[in-house]
Design a binder for this molecule. Structure first.
Ligand SMILES: Cc1cc2nc3c(=O)[nH]c(=O)nc-3n(C[C@H](O)[C@H](O)[C@H](O)COP(=O)(O)O)c2cc1C
Length: 217
């Protein structure tokens, strides 16, 4: 029997929860991001810190994947990964990246664009050592982004490192650590009715402050 057609074009919904205006957004996008993040925590059950990370390779081809936001300070967004992964190599070649959050329960999107740098070894150590043992061993066992012949390579690698690190301190692999994204643009999108959504964009000024603009949806 042929597969039933997918009515993809008919999937749509109205966005009607809330409005976003300049007074609500304020003048500091990081402070406002914290507010939206806290509200997402209250509204959404899982993965509120999951964000799409887009990178560009040396041939200018874009690549996107999800990573988890693991830190936020007054200036930057932090995530952790394998520095030798495809994304790590792409960031080495071009440190300009984009991050994207979509909190569907709140009908909200946040777009962040900025410059990436590695966090200090001490900061990466601190986070690495806070992870569960299996995650630490996983960081040793997976040559992230490399082609492997079969699933059992991972299982064998895991067993090897589990044995090697039995009852001893598990160091952070040098190829594993954090990046911080220092944003130069942050846009907040709130879904509205009739596709007339609210978009408030913050762009960084040369002296380090923020300019705020409203964009057409
Ligand atoms: C919900 C979710 C969370 C993820 N979190 C991370 C993460 O924090 N760090 C990471 O390296 N990969 C994470 N991944 C896996 C990445 O999406 C990706 O498969 C991996 O990093 C390899 O990407 P690359 O080959 O482009 O470097 C996550 C995937 C999902 C779906």
């Amino acid at each position: 029997m042929p597969d039933a057609p997918l009515n993809i074009a008919d999937i749509r919904r109205e966005y009607m929860l809330e409005a976003l205006d300049e007074d609500i957004a304020g003048h500091d996008p990081i402070t406002f991001f914290r507010k939206w993040f806290t509200e997402a925590e209250a509204a959404q059950t899982t993965d509120i810190n999951a964000m799409t990370l887009a990178t560009i390779d040396a041939r200018h081809n874009p690549h996107a994947r999800i990573v988890l936001l693991k830190g936020l300070d007054e200036q930057s967004f932090v995530f952790f990964t394998n520095y030798d992964s495809d994304k790590g190599r792409e960031i080495d070649e071009n440190p300009n990246v984009a991050l994207l959050f979509y909190w569907k329960e709140l009908e909200r999107q946040v777009r962040i664009e900025g410059f990436t740098e590695k966090i200090s070894a001490e900061e990466s150590d601190a986070y690495f050592h806070s992870r569960p043992t299996a995650s630490k061993i996983g960081a040793w066992a997976s040559p992230q982004s490399r082609k492997i012949a079969a699933r059992n390579i991972l299982d064998l690698n895991f067993a090897k490192y589990e044995k090697e690190f039995t009852d001893i301190f598990i160091p952070r692999p040098e190829h594993w650590g954090g990046y911080r994204v220092l944003p130069s643009r942050i846009e907040f999108w709130q879904g509205r009715t009739s596709r007339l959504h609210d978009r408030i964009l913050f762009t960084q000024t040369e002296i380090g402050g923020w300019e705020r603009h409203r964009l057409a949806p």
